[in-house]
Every structure is written in C-alpha cells, then in structure tokens.
Write a protein that binds this ligand. Structure first.
Ligand code: SF4
Length: 326
C-alpha cells in the first residue's frame, strides 16, 4: 500500500471537505431485523439470508415470559444464525427504580408487583411498548453502526415482518403513519406479497420447523387452544396473576377481559372448566398465594435495596409448590 502523508494527500485530492460529490462514496444504511421469533419474521430472515443480503443485526426483545416452546425455537435459530455469521442480540427492559418493592426483571414479576394485568388485557398496549419496543430502541441508540449512520445524516433501516394478510395490513397502516427521525421501517414481506401461508411454506422449504405462535404466556391475546397447550407451571402462574390482580380489577374480569360466547373473561375459569389443573390446586393458589406474596413484599420493604430479596425468589418458592404437589 502507498503511504502518503496527510499534507501530501491534501495536495493531491484537496482538503477532505472539498472532495467533489461525484467521487464521494456513501456508506450503506445499517439494516436491523426486529425478530419476534414468529412465523413472519423467521420467513423474512430465511429469505434474506438465501438472497445473500442478511441484516447487519437481528434483534429480539425478551419479556422474560415468552412461551416455553418459543425459547426452544429461539435457541435453535440462534445457532442457525451463528452458523451463517449473522449477528444476533437479545435485549430486555431493565427496571431501575423499585421504591420499596422487591426488584423484578420480567413482565410477570412486573404485573405481580403492581397487582395488575399486562396492559393488553386492560385495552392498552404499553406492555409491548415497555418490554419490546423500548429495549430495542435503547440498544440501537448505543449500537456503533447506528450511531455512525446517524452522524452521517442517515436513518437505520428497520425490517418489520408484517405480512400481506388483512390483519397485518391494518398494523402496517398504523405503523407506517408514524414518522421517525432515526429509523426507516421497511416491510419486505408485503412488497413480495407474502401472506402467512407463504411464510410457512418458505420456512418449510428451508428445512426448518415452523415456529409456534409467539407471545407471552400471560397474554390476553392468546387463543383458547394456546392456553390448552401450555404446561402446568405456566397455567398455575396464569391463575396466580389473575388472583393477585382480582381485587383491583374494575373494568375487566381477567386476562381475556370480558366473557364472550366462546370463552370466559377469566382464564382461570377456562382452566378450571377444561380441567387443565386440579380444582384443589386452583383453589389453593387463589386462597393462599396473593396473601403470601403481600407478606413477602411487606417484609422486603424493610430491607435495603442491595440486600432485598427479588420477586424471582418468591416465584421460585411458588413454582416449587408444583413439584411438591406432584
Ligand atoms: S405478547 Fe401480549 S402480554 Fe406480551 S408484551 Fe405483547 S401484548 Fe403484552
């Protein structure tokens, strides 16, 4: 390589800020795929990789209460990406102010602490904003390629796996109406005209299993069949969440909000009617667990934060109750 002193370089090309536009090379915008570990974003990832243009980064926000089979699928896809050299990061919202509460680090502990339900069950979407969108934005604000792009006056390209189905069209129309100075959202599945069936076919053609429907296992958007498929330890936690929030619920009955012709407003009633848990276990959780949790919180309030037991410790004891019952 020819080494030329900066002063000599300037003699040849002129000062940097006087490089003519026609020889100035622009760095490409960094591309990030928001990976929800569901069918659509998996199909998008597989197709981009096969076209030889994988994202610069794949990013997942973990609420800490995804369905167990989603975590299994995530592990498999993490290895799939690593084998192909695709950078993959998982991020999580980190609460910092606990006042007198036991510290908590996932959405389940968050709602148990506040004796409430995930906000989707209350007709809002702040659980998704807080536990999914915000931690991804916070990570990207510190991601070096993003910072360099913003310094150049570019936006970061964010790939979103909305497909061409009517349901995702509504989500797309809402999302695309929101202006953003930092990110340029793109929707390749919609450009390709892929619906959910096409996404499933693409995943199968790649020789991969089709991912389960991804969501938190305490999400009010779950269908009855999704609840039926949950393991017992998740069902017990659903009963706990509803029992803990019950005294404060005014406008909704439970995680499913209000009863319809096809299902009750409380998932606990569904779990009982379908005999997914023994009635005695459901009754014991409703009778004992919320009071025990409040005693734990009251005791923890007197402990300085560095030594204060975390909510996860109480949950470990609660989950151990299942082992003892078995
Ligand atoms: S999956 Fe449901 S409960 Fe979880 S963050 Fe999203 S809307 Fe909230």
């Amino acid at each position: 390589m020819l080494n030329i002193a900066p002063a000599r370089q300037a003699e040849i090309t002129g000062p940097r800020n006087r490089v003519p536009d026609y020889i100035r090379v622009t760095e490409p915008q960094p591309v990030v795929l928001a990976y929800g570990i569901g069918v659509d974003s998996t199909a998008l990832l597989v197709e981009l990789e096969s076209r030889g243009c994988p994202p610069d980064l794949v990013l997942t926000a973990d609420t800490g209460v995804e369905k167990p089979e989603t975590y299994v699928y995530q592990e498999m896809m993490s290895a799939w990406m690593a084998a192909r050299g695709i950078p993959y990061e998982t991020v999580r919202y980190t609460p910092r102010r606990f006042k007198h509460w036991p510290p908590y680090f996932d959405l389940l502990s968050n709602v148990l602490t506040n004796a409430t339900l995930p906000s989707i069950s209350l007709g809002r979407h702040s659980c998704s904003l807080k536990w999914k969108i915000a931690p991804q934005d916070a990570f990207l604000k510190e991601w070096a390629p993003a910072k360099r792009a913003w310094a150049r006056g570019q936006k970061v390209v964010r790939l979103i796996g909305y497909d061409a189905s009517p349901a995702d069209t509504r989500r797309y129309e809402h999302a695309s109406s929101i202006a953003n100075d930092l990110f340029e959202c793109r929707y390749p599945l919609r450009k390709w005209g892929w619906d959910r069936a096409a996404c499933i076919a693409r995943i199968e053609a790649a020789g991969l299993p089709v991912p389960p429907k991804s969501s938190c296992f305490i999400c009010g958007a779950m269908k009855p069949d999704e609840v039926r498929a949950l393991p017992v330890w998740c069902l017990r936690l659903i009963v706990l969440v509803e029992a803990r929030a019950a005294p404060r619920l005014r406008t909704v009955e439970g995680l499913w909000r209000r009863s319809t012709r096809t299902r009750p407003g409380r998932m606990t009633d569904f779990i009982r009617a379908e005999q997914l848990l023994p009635p005695a276990d459901i009754d014991a959780i409703i009778r004992d667990a919320p009071a025990d949790l409040i005693r734990f919180q009251d005791a923890a309030a007197h402990v300085p934060l560095p030594d204060r037991p975390a909510m996860s410790e109480w949950l470990a004891t609660f989950n151990a109750g299942l082992t003892e019952a078995v």
